[in-house]
Design a protein around this ligand. Structure first.
Ligand code: PLP
Length: 383
C-alpha cells in the first residue's frame, strides 16, 4: 500500500487537465458480475457477432510459435495485401494498432498547439481526444436535424488554423453518411493545406449507391486519408489492427511518429488472413442487412423512432424514459450504449447482433414497455 501522507508533486501536462476518459461499452464479464447474470448479450460496441474470420484464427495459430521474434515493423505482408485489395501502392498504406492509434498518430503528426480540427457532432470521440492530447481545438459542427451532414456548415467552420477535417461515414453513433457528391464538394472547396480524414470503419455495411469511402478521390490526388479497421466487419476488435490509406507524402509524415513495433505479430497474421476471407465478409454483411430490416420493423411496432443506418448499429429514440429503459436492459443482461455521452439523452445505440440476440433485445424492450416505460411515438427519421 502507498502511504497516503506523501503528497505527489509531479504534475501531468496542462493539456490533460480537461481530458475526458473514453467511455467504452461495458465488457460482458463486468455486467455478469454486477447483475449476477450468467447470460449477457453485448450490443454496445458494434463488434461482429459472428466472431473472427476462421481464416484469421488459423493464421494466428500458425504464428504462435514465432512469438519470440519481434513483429515486422512495417507490417509488409499486410500492407501488400491491402495495396492489392484497394489497388494502390504499399507506400500509400500505414498499418496501426487499431484505427484508434491511427487517429492519435495523425494528431501527433499534424497538430500544433492551438490548431483546429473540425468534426461533425455527434460523432466518434477519438478525434477530439487526439486534438486535446496535442492542445489543439475541436470545432464541432452539428449534423442537421435528421443527422445528415451539413457540408456548408463544415466549410464555414474552416479557419486559418484548421488542419484536419474528420468525416465519419457512416457516422458513429447516427449511422448516417456523407454522400459522394457532398464529399467532392467539401474537397473542392477546402484549402489544399487541410487534410480530410474519412473514417470508413463501417464502410462494408453501407449499401447506398451514393456512399463512398473516399478512395476514388484519393486516387485523383486530393489530400485525403481513409481510415479502416479490422475491429468491425472482420471481427478482430480484440487483436487491435487498423490502417490508413493516403498519398505517400502524408504516410511518410505519419510514419515519423509511429512506434516501430506498433502492430503485434498475431494481429498482422490475423488481419492479413481476414482481408482475404471474402466469405466471412459477405456472411457478416448479409446478417447485418437482414437483421436491420427486422429491427426497423419491430422497433416501429413498439412505437420507437430510429434513424435509418448505413452501419451495423441503430440509433433508437426511446423518449423521456430512455435512461430507465437502458438501465432495465442492463439489469436483464443486455448491454447497449446510452446516448447521453453524445448529448442524446433520449436515445440508445444498439449494435446489430445475431438473430437470437436481436430477438432477446426486442423481447426485453417489449416487456419493459409493458411495465410502463413506453417511449413517446416519435416518427421514423429516415436518411
Ligand atoms: C470502431 C471505430 C474505429 C476503429 O476502432 P479500432 O478498434 O481502434 O480499430 C474508428 N472509427 C470509428 C467511428 C469506430 O467506430
Amino acid at each position: 500500500m502507498m502511504d497516503k501522507q506523501i503528497e505527489i508533486e509531479v504534475r501531468a501536462r496542462k493539456a490533460l487537465d480537461h481530458m475526458k476518459p473514453y467511455s467504452p461499452g461495458k465488457p460482458v464479464w463486468e455486467v455478469q458480475q454486477e447483475q449476477g447474470l450468467e447470460r449477457v448479450i453485448k450490443l454496445a460496441s458494434n463488434e461482429n457477432p459472428l466472431g473472427p474470420s476462421p481464416k484469421a484464427l488459423e493464421a494466428m495459430k500458425q504464428a504462435l510459435s514465432e512469438l519470440h521474434r519481434y513483429p515486422d515493423a512495417q507490417s509488409l505482408r499486410l500492407k501488400q495485401a491491402i495495396a492489392i485489395q484497394y489497388q494502390i501502392l504499399p507506400e500509400q498504406v500505414i498499418v496501426t494498432n487499431g484505427g484508434d492509434e491511427l487517429i492519435t498518430l495523425v494528431s501527433e503528426t499534424f497538430l500544433d498547439d492551438q490548431d483546429e480540427i473540425i468534426v461533425p457532432s455527434p460523432t466518434f470521440s477519438e478525434y477530439a481526444f487526439g486534438a486535446q492530447l496535442l492542445n489543439a481545438r475541436t470545432i464541432e459542427v452539428p449534423l442537421k436535424a435528421n443527422y445528415e451532414y451539413d457540408s456548408e456548415a463544415i466549410l464555414a467552420a474552416v479557419s486559418d488554423r484548421t488542419k484536419l477535417v474528420y468525416l465519419c461515414s457512416p457516422n458513429n453513433p447516427t449511422g448516417t453518411f456523407l454522400k459522394k457528391q457532398d464529399l467532392k464538394h467539401i474537397l473542392d472547396s477546402l484549402p489544399k493545406r487541410v487534410l480530410v480524414v474519412v473514417d470508413a470503419a463501417y464502410s462494408h455495411f453501407a449499401s447506398d449507391e451514393s456512399y463512398t469511402d473516399g478512395l476514388s478521390f484519393l486516387k485523383e490526388g486530393y489530400p485525403l486519408l481513409v481510415l479502416h479497421t479490422f475491429s468491425k466487419i472482420y471481427g478482430l476488435a480484440g487483436i487491435r489492427a487498423g490502417f490508413g490509406i493516403a498519398p505517400e507524402a502524408i504516410i511518410q509524415s505519419i510514419l515519423k511518429v509511429k512506434e516501430p513495433f506498433n502492430v503485434n505479430a498475431l494481429a498482422q497474421a490475423a488481419a492479413t488472413a481476414a482481408l482475404g476471407d471474402v466469405d466471412h465478409v459477405h456472411k457478416s454483411q448479409q446478417l447485418v442487412w437482414t437483421e436491420k430490416q427486422k429491427l426497423y420493423h419491430a422497433l416501429g411496432k413498439l412505437g420507437y423512432g430510429y434513424t435509418e443506418s448505413m452501419s451495423n448499429f441503430i440509433l433508437v429514440e426511446l423518449g423521456e424514459h430512455a435512461e430507465k429503459i437502458y438501465e432495465q436492459l442492463m439489469a436483464r443482461g443486455i448491454i447497449v450504449r446510452y446516448g447521453k455521452q453524445w448529448a442524446l439523452p433520449l436515445h440508445i445505440r444498439v449494435s446489430i447482433g445475431t438473430s437470437e440476440e436481436n430477438e432477446s433485445l426486442l423481447t426485453a424492450l417489449s416487456e419493459i414497455g409493458e411495465q410502463g416505460y413506453v417511449g413517446q411515438k416519435s416518427g421514423v427519421r429516415s436518411s
